[in-house]
Unconditional design. Structure first.
Length: 230
């Protein structure tokens, strides 16, 4: 005679089924949080997969099923943190108005993003590890700098009639150098800028940049779109 299973037996059977999507997502987030804390505190070399599993309260087998090794876990953690802390740059946000306003707006968005304490912590970690592992440096360049360069180039392309010939290729890198790189370097060194200081820095940097890339008349006067159409 086949007897029906007891309530406890049915409960055990349900436990053996496929985990819910919400449970899987929470597990992944727990791993990211645990690994992120350890990488920030001890660096790449000072963090072990055993320590991550212990901090996340999971088995090593569970951890290795999701991340084949420590490098893969590190990449996942940093990508996750960068994606969380960086402001996405949407070209449509910077296509209205004049070039001065567009550059000031994108500069403000990027500086605000990269001077957040959370981003600076990730940046310090990757910068330190890049001394011994250049692939980390190339990786954060692809993740952070290249997308910004592409958006800046697109903005300049839309205003190319105001610019000196052949500057669009090199100008985006120069723009980042005088805006974001300065603010990022100060942030990494622990120098905090007030909103007023950031705004003053950006206005001066944008003016300095445009004075170098815009067309000039025969007397050395900078020509913007309004001056050229007058």
């Amino acid at each position: 005679m086949i007897r029906s299973r007891t309530a406890s037996q049915r409960k055990v059977a349900r436990r053996g089924g496929r985990p819910k999507a919400a449970d899987v997502d929470k597990l992944n987030q727990d791993i990211i949080a645990a690994a992120g804390d350890l990488f920030m505190e001890y660096g790449f070399d000072g963090t072990s997969m055993d320590a991550v599993a212990e901090r996340a309260r999971i088995s090593k087998r569970t951890l290795y099923v999701r991340h084949k090794d420590k490098l893969a876990l590190f990449n996942t953690v940093v990508y996750e943190l960068l994606g969380r802390f960086l402001v996405p740059l949407e070209l449509s946000r910077y296509t209205t108005g004049d070039l001065d306003s567009a550059l000031l707006l994108i500069g403000r968005d990027m500086v605000t993003s990269v001077t957040r304490p959370e981003f600076l912590a990730v940046y310090r970690l990757v910068t330190f590890e890049a001394q011994r592992r250049p692939e980390f440096g190339r990786w954060i360049n692809d993740a952070r700098r290249r997308p910004a360069l592409q958006v800046i180039a697109a903005i300049l392309q839309q205003h190319q009639d105001e610019l000196r010939p052949h500057v669009v290729d090199s100008a985006p890198e120069h723009f980042l150098s005088v805006t974001i790189d300065v603010a990022l370097r100060m942030g990494v060194f622990g120098v905090k800028m007030t909103p007023r200081q950031i705004e003053s820095h950006l206005k001066g940097a944008v003016d300095f940049f445009l004075n170098g890339v815009r067309r000039h008349d025969g007397r050395g006067k900078v020509l913007n779109r309004r001056a050229r159409s007058a």
